[in-house]
Each structure stands twice: as structure tokens, then as C-alpha cells.
Design a protein around this ligand. Structure first.
Ligand code: 5AD
Ligand code: SF4
Length: 436
């Protein structure tokens, strides 16, 4: 039997793509192994969202080569799409380059390799299809990712995704619901709906469900207790999503709504298609809901032209929204993106200074928000046991980590179960409690 090894970087979409690639390969008779040394085929599923991603990929490919002579190497994902055949020039030991929009063709590409082709590529972006596989090898036995839409039709000035994942393609609601029912029967209780921009979901089937209706329908499948979704674009985020959350307790109290900046000047330069006021209206919907929704966001500091005043508006936005968590980044130039043409690039040291100030502010906010949970009883899904601390690891509906102990030690595994836990202490990044 041919053996493959796969290494994955990047977002949840990428992680889930790898699950589908693994399923496809197993379906074709390959076996998965845990190290490149044991494999015949070494696959590297790459991300190019930030920093010097390409250089890191080439460095890793060199490392693979030094230790693994005579194997077949393949590069998948966003760097594959972005660099295309240039990868063969810079890393001549690679023989397969395939971007995510072409994974449907992976089985044929593998056959071409097996029948003696030295180099094969799947780089077309103009596919109409989504990547549906008869078999997906999921990493987690309780929580499953389901793709509902692939690609992105926005043109945010800093972002490579439209160039690496192609145009938007939605999957039919029938097929999403069929997969949800199959997963529920297999014992999965939590579903995470995935897309680069789930809010622009357009159901191609006659049912013509909106995203909010699809979310609700997934949450009503027997056996499903928790539904999350990521990622949202503020411009397309409708109030009907919050209404669905208010009406359906299985939809988790969690929304990730990337803002990127608190300044209207910067938002305009980023081509984000909304203002700070538009964004805050959506935050108000969430704050006015019956649910205690945890809100998280992504922020870029040091975008070209970001003045000290612009940055202060982002800091003020953190105070206004009081996010439960943020992911924050220094702006980095990416190939092909519109922002390359902008002047006023900000020195790296200054970006670093802004990032530190932002993260310190957020840490205080998180500590305060998490402290509000002390004394409350929260339902967690148990994700595992931490031997080092002797605590179980739980996840609340808000997606907060709640580490806990049980009143009596237990021999059986609690993983995958839903338990009530009283919160006793709170840190900026997690809660600690005891099962009740
Ligand atoms: N520089 C810095 N951060 C970026 N992101 C996307 N592109 C860039 C870039 N060129 C961030 C955004 C996005 C998150 C996934 O990564 O905040 O929401
Ligand atoms: Fe990275 Fe973006 Fe590609 Fe995801 S879509 S793997 S974040 S570049």
C-alpha cells in the first residue's frame, strides 16, 4: 500500500480541506502515516495569508528534501495557487502543485503521477464546483467542520484569499443538511459551518435557504446540540442571523466578526465596504439579543496610511465593543493585492508598537469580561484531559476554554460529554471551575 504524510497550515478551511484530501486518498487505497520518513507521498497544505509565507514554505520543502530522498512531494493550498509553476523552479523535487479550487481533480492528478508524469498541476480558479468528497477523514470525533461556501468575491486591499481560493461557490442546502444528518448519526454533536464569507451564502437548490435559515435548519437536526459558523463579513451580516440565534438554542452564543480597523479612513482604504457606524449597528444587534453572545474579531495594525489618530480609533473601538477575544496582526504586504500600490508604508517597529498597545488593552478587557462568569454555571462540551494540570478541558457555548475538575476523580473518559461546570476563577484567556 502507498503511504502518504500530510502537513497542514492556515485557517479552518485549510484544516478541513486536509480532512477531505485525506479521505480522498484513503478512498483511493493510500494509507496515512505520521512522519514524512515513512511516506511515499509527502503533501504540504500551505497558507499564504501573512508575512513571508512563501519563504517559509520553501524552507520547509528544503528540509523535507534533505531528510527524504526519492519521495514524491506535493504542495497544496494557498501558496500552491499563488506561486503555481514557480514552485517547480524553486523546489525542483516537487512534482505536484494544486490549489484548493482544483482539489476535485486530485484523484486524476495522482493517477498521472503514478503513471509516470514527472510534474502535474491543478491551478485553475474558474471551477464552478465545490470540493465534495465521498469520504472525509475527520480529526475530531465530536465536532465536525462542514463547508457551505468556498472562495471569496470581495476585494479587501490587503488580502490574498480572492486570488488563492477563487470566486464564491455555495453548496446546496440539501447537501449540507444531508451531511449534517449523517454526522449526527455518527455521533457528532457540534457542527461548525465554514466559508471565507458565510454571510454571502446563496443556496443553489430550489429550497433557496438564506444563510440564517440554513443555520437554523442545521441546528434543528436531531442529535446536533451546538452550531457555530465562521467567518463573517460585516457588510453581508444580516440581522436575521441574530434573530435565528434568539430563536434556536442550539446555535452557539458566539460570533466572529472581523472589523480590521476602527477608523473609517482606513476601512475605506482597505476596501472593506462598511463604515465603523455600519459595523457598530451589527454589534448593537448582538448586544440587544436575549443571548449572551461572545464577540470576537480580527484587527490589522499599520495598514498603509494608518495615522496615530486612526489607530486610536481602533483602540476606542475595543473599549466600545468589549470583545471576548481578538486576533491581531501587523499588516504585511501580499503578492497581487491592491494595497501594494499604496504609499505611506509604516515601519515595522511602529507596527510592533501599535500591536503591543492593542494587545495589552485587549488583555485587560478580556480579564474583566471573563471575571463576569465567576459564580455562574456554564454548560461545556468536554474536549479532553490535561495530564499536566489534572484538569478536564471544556468549551462553553461562547467558545471559551473552561478547565475543570470533578468533585470525585473519575476513571471513565468524559470527552465528548456535555456537563455543567461552576466557574470559580477567570484569567484573560480561560476560565477555571468545578463540575456540578
Ligand atoms: N496582513 C496582515 N493581516 C492580514 N490578514 C489578512 N491579510 C493580511 C495581511 N496582508 C488578517 C485579517 C484577516 C485574518 C484572517 O488575517 O485580519 O481577517
Ligand atoms: Fe491561509 Fe487564507 Fe488560504 Fe486560509 S484561505 S489557508 S487563511 S491564505
Amino acid at each position: 500500500m502507498k503511504k502518504f504524510y500530510i502537513e497542514t497550515f492556515g485557517c479552518q478551511m485549510n484544516a478541513h480541506d486536509s480532512e477531505k484530501v485525506i479521505g480522498t486518498l484513503i478512498d483511493k487505497g493510500y494509507g496515512q502515516v505520521e512522519s514524512p520518513e515513512e511516506a511515499d507521498l509527502v503533501l504540504y497544505n500551505t497558507c499564504s495569508i501573512r508575512d513571508k509565507a512563501e519563504q517559509k514554505v520553501f524552507n520547509r520543502l528544503q528540509e523535507f528534501k534533505r531528510k527524504n530522498k526519492g519521495k514524491t512531494f506535493g504542495v497544496l493550498g494557498c501558496v500552491a495557487q499563488q506561486e503555481g509553476e514557480r514552485i517547480f523552479e524553486k523546489a525542483p523535487h516537487v512534482s505536484l502543485v494544486c490549489g484548493s479550487a482544483s482539489y476535485n481533480h486530485l484523484p486524476q492528478l495522482l493517477v498521472q503521477l503514478e503513471t509516470g508524469n514527472r510534474r502535474v498541476t491543478g491551478l485553475s480558479l474558474d471551477t464552478e464546483d465545490t470540493f465534495e468528497t465521498p469520504m472525509t477523514r475527520r480529526d475530531n470525533p465530536h465536532r465536525a467542520y462542514i463547508t457551505i461556501i468556498e472562495g471569496c468575491d470581495k476585494a479587501c486591499a490587503y488580502c490574498v484569499v480572492p486570488y488563492t481560493r477563487g470566486p464564491e461557490r455555495s453548496r446546496t442546502s440539501e447537501s449540507v443538511l444531508r451531511e449534517t444528518r449523517e454526522l449526527a448519526e455518527l455521533g457528532y454533536s457540534e457542527i461548525q459551518l465554514l466559508g471565507q464569507n458565510v454571510n454571502s451564502y446563496r443556496d443553489p437548490s430550489p429550497a433557496a435557504l438564506t444563510f440564517a435559515q440554513l443555520l437554523d435548519a442545521v441546528g434543528r437536526v436531531d442529535g446536533i446540540r451546538r452550531v457555530r459558523f465562521t467567518t463573517s463579513h460585516p457588510r453581508d451580516f444580516g440581522k436575521d442571523i441574530i434573530d435565528a440565534m434568539d430563536a434556536n438554542p442550539n446555535l452557539c452564543n458566539q460570533v466572529h466578526l472581523p472589523v480590521q480597523s476602527g477608523s473609517n479612513n482606513v476601512l475605506a482604504a482597505m476596501q472593506r465596504l462598511y463604515t465603523r457606524e455600519d459595523y457598530m449597528r451589527r454589534i448593537e444587534w448582538m448586544k440587544n439579543s436575549h443571548r449572551n453572545i461572545a464577540i470576537s474579531t480580527d484587527i490589522i495594525v499599520g495598514f498603509p496610511g494608518e495615522s496615530e489618530r486612526d489607530f486610536e480609533q481602533t483602540l476606542a473601538l475595543l473599549d466600545e465593543v468589549e470583545y471576548d477575544s481578538i486576533f491581531s496582526f501587523k499588516y504585511s504586504q501580499r503578492p497581487n493585492t491592491p494595497a501594494l500600490k499604496l504609499d505611506d508604508h509604516i515601519p515595522d517597529g511602529e507596527k510592533g508598537r501599535r500591536l503591543t498597545i492593542l494587545q495589552e488593552k485587549q488583555r485587560t478587557i478580556q480579564l474583566r469580561r471573563n471575571a463576569d462568569y465567576i459564580g455562574h454555571v456554564e454548560e461545556v462540551m468536554v474536549e479532553g484531559f490535561n495530564k499536566a494540570t489534572g484538569q478536564w478541558i471544556g468549551r462553553t457555548t461562547q467558545h471559551k476554554t473552561l478547565n475543570f475538575t470533578t468533585p470525585q476523580p473519575t476513571e471513565e473518559s468524559l470527552t465528548g460529554r456535555y456537563l455543567s461546570v461552576r466557574v470559580l476563577r477567570a484569567g484573560p484567556n480561560s476560565l477555571v471551575g468545578e463540575a456540578v
